[in-house]
Design a protein around this ligand. Structure first.
Ligand SMILES: CC(C)(COP(=O)(O)OP(=O)(O)OC[C@H]1O[C@@H](n2cnc3c(N)ncnc32)[C@H](O)[C@@H]1OP(=O)(O)O)[C@@H](O)C(=O)NCCC(=O)NCCS
Length: 458
């Protein structure tokens, strides 16, 4: 079977609206607005006042919201996603394959943007461009709906997250404003070899979609996704994998975030979402106390010399799952070799010199907004834990001990892979926050979280 040119086959939102007044209205909506622009008015207020308004909107649910549950999704009209080759909500498949069959051609010219905006492929090997992206994300990539905690990406983190082997500048798709060259929209994809059930497919892993908050709800997202799809098609690829916290048509798997306090005092003080309500600080300190030192004999940081051994260990482990990455040696090196304040990996070497166990976590920092004492929060996110000899609960507890010693405040994990085997034991709490996995132009049966073996840091 040949893959298809998705964009030429599907009636696009742009085409279906062509010539209509609606389209004109939407395009005009992108134009910078005059003095009565509500965003400008909001911007002119002190930040504390802005926070207050945002919190109030959140509280009364007047803010725009996309479906967070399947129930809500059933009553949402997906104007964009219903035009895309993705399973419809409620579809279930027993067969495996592309949703639309392929043709070799693809749209040559970029999708048009409203006047005043232009595309830019971000060459992130340039420190200036990397810094611009960092600014866009740090000012607009909010973590919590009420805008009290905001992601704070470092340059080192973005280099790691967006520049693995074979990354392509044209897949770092940016939108700029003509007049001042300001970056206001972004979406990225990385080429990856993904195994879905028995099929190995080269596809795009899509991440870090972000639209400047002044341009929200103006349908920039569909244009970013279409343009990225075109650029992915240009490379001969027709499938993508992506994750989102909202329900879109249609999750391949719906996973939950779990978290485990490492610094309960600080988390209580910043009202970190999902903390156990019934615990005062003293009880929390006692309840979440961790050993001072690690338990697993021989646990040590991963070095360059371990990469081949780790590659074999991970490949053997990841094969167990229905969705996983087929990592090359270079990718193992990129994603797992320790980088200060970005990624930590610890391994155990067996008697014969082969690696028997691994645990790795990456760090994401957040800015705490308008708190009298605390300004930042550091979360460690579990990447992989796999092993053949160490007790998995001990190994994960060691990861908690190490993360705490490195100054992380909280440890997060998804209930993917075999993670459920330790989450309860190690006092992780389930959060009111899901992460849904999606495939573009691929049908296959849904899978439960423990069948998911693919992790890709945002
Ligand atoms: C996510 C974000 C780009 C959406 O922008 P927006 O201005 O609210 O939405 P737009 O008007 O541009 O587009 C709306 C369309 O995009 C879709 N959409 C919104 N968020 C999406 C996501 N994360 N992934 C895919 N599609 C998404 C909507 O479902 C809608 O399509 P529909 O009519 O088929 O339902 C914006 O809220 C943002 O930058 N948020 C902060 C960063 C973030 O959370 N990124 C997502 C990480 S998964």
């Amino acid at each position: 079977m040949t893959d298809s040119n998705l964009l030429d086959k599907m009636p696009t939102e742009e085409e279906s609206l062509k010539g209509s007044k609606k389209k004109q209205k939407e395009e005009e909506a992108w134009k910078p607005q005059g003095p009565r622009d509500p965003f400008a008015m909001l911007d002119s207020l002190p930040e504390a006042k802005q926070q207050e308004i945002q919190r109030a909107l959140h509280l009364f649910s007047l803010g725009p919201s996309l479906p967070k549950t399947l129930q809500q999704a059933k009553s949402h009209t997906y104007r964009f996603w219903d035009t895309q080759p993705v399973p419809r909500l409620g579809d279930s498949f027993v067969t495996h394959g592309p949703i639309v069959e392929g043709e070799a051609s693809f749209r040559e010219e970029p999708y048009s943007l409203p006047p005043g905006f232009s595309w830019d492929s971000l060459d992130l090997s340039s420190p200036t461009v990397l810094r611009e992206l960092c600014t866009l994300l740090n000012e607009n990539y909010m973590e919590e709906d009420d805008n009290t905690i905001r992601c704070e990406f470092s340059l080192e983190y973005l280099q790691w997250a967006l520049q693995p082997p074979n990354w392509l500048p044209q897949w770092n798709c940016g939108v700029r404003v003509h007049t001042n060259n300001k970056l206001v929209g972004f979406i990225a994809a990385l080429p990856a070899e993904v195994r879905v059930y028995e099929t190995d497919k080269r596809m795009a892993q899509v991440k870090l979609l972000c639209v400047h908050k002044k341009l929200r709800l103006k349908r920039m997202t569909p244009v970013l996704i279409r343009e990225l799809t075109r650029r992915v098609n240009q490379q001969g690829l027709h499938q993508a994998v992506y994750t989102a916290g909202i329900v879109l048509p249609t999750p391949l798997s719906s996973c939950r975030y779990w978290h485990r306090p490492l610094n309960p005092r600080k988390l209580t003080e910043v009202s970190y979402p999902g903390l156990r309500q019934n615990m005062n600080v003293q009880r929390a300190l006692k309840f979440y106390r961790l050993p001072e030192v690690t338990k697993t004999p021989g646990l040590r940081p991963l070095t360059n010399e371990d990469v081949v051994g780790l590659h074999s260990l991970l490949q053997a482990n990841l094969r167990k799952f229905h969705l996983s990455s087929r990592l090359s040696l270079q990718e193992v090196e990129h994603w797992l070799l320790p980088r200060e304040n970005v990624i930590d990996t610890y391994v155990v070497e067996g008697d014969a010199g082969t690696l028997t166990d691994v645990v790795s976590f990456y760090g994401v920092s957040s800015r705490v907004l308008n708190h009298p004492v605390h300004t930042g929060l550091r979360a460690a996110h579990l990447l992989y834990v796999a092993g053949t000899t160490a007790d998995p609960v001990d190994l994960m507890e060691d990861a908690l001990v190490l993360a705490k010693s490195k100054g992380f405040d909280v440890f997060s994990a998804l209930d993917v892979m075999d993670n459920k085997s330790f989450l309860d034991n190690l006092k992780f709490s389930v959060m009111d926050k899901s992460l849904h996995y999606y495939l573009y132009n691929w049908m296959c049966p849904n899978m439960s979280p423990d069948e998911v073996g693919l992790m890709f840091p945002n």
